[in-house]
Write a protein that binds this ligand. Sequence first.
Ligand code: PEP
Length: 252
Amino acid sequence: MRKKIVAANWKMNLTLAQGEQLVNDIIAAGIKLSEGQEVVIAPPFPYLIKVKQLIRNYPGIYLAAQNCYSEKSGAYTGEVSAEMLQSIGVDFVIIGHSERREYFSETNAQLAKKIDLALANGIKPIFCCGEPLEVRKAETQNAYVAQQLQESLYHLDAAALKNVVIAYEPIWAIGTGLTASAQQAQDMHAFIRSQIAEKFGREAALGITILYGGSAKPSNAKELFSSPDVDGGLIGGASLVAADFTAIVQSF
Ligand code: PEP
């Protein structure tokens, strides 16, 4: 059975004290995780060690970084390597979020290098893909997402792919209040799974966790997560409010 994951992407929000409070409130809510379900929290880099300490006694709650660099080490001022993340116990890393693609010009080829470094350091990449509005309007979203998968993931073998999570995040739905309909999400997730099956085989396709991201909130999470190929969510805005995030986690 593949893992079900709800991941919180705090982006560049919250002070350390606010972040601690948020994690403590999520823990205090006493969320009940069902079999195979995981919660992942992705705070900004400076809070990773603190959040690791806060969640350490709670099985099922994992730590993610929001990014890592595409080189192993060296003179890259301001960057953070996958090895550094591994050395502080980070479990997952978000790779290729659309904001990084847009504001920091990250390319599919660069993301492939980040994926390799994350995997080489025992960190599971949460690989984000998804189309902008003009692509959706032109109804060419499948080809667009297929290319993202091909250029960033298809150099892996099926064994390595087992440690990758995919997050489908239509850019037009991120932080906009617009959500893909449950049918739109299901259609794309099924398409992604079919692509994975074609390249890596049926077992790999059935085993890979595919998350939906884009204005997910307590009022729509249940419907989105009930689709057969949607294995959870990557949550931005609603992950900053403990009550909303815990309600989303309990929507499975
Ligand atoms: C995201 O940035 O990954 C995201 C899904 O954001 P939001 O939930 O705010 O749309």
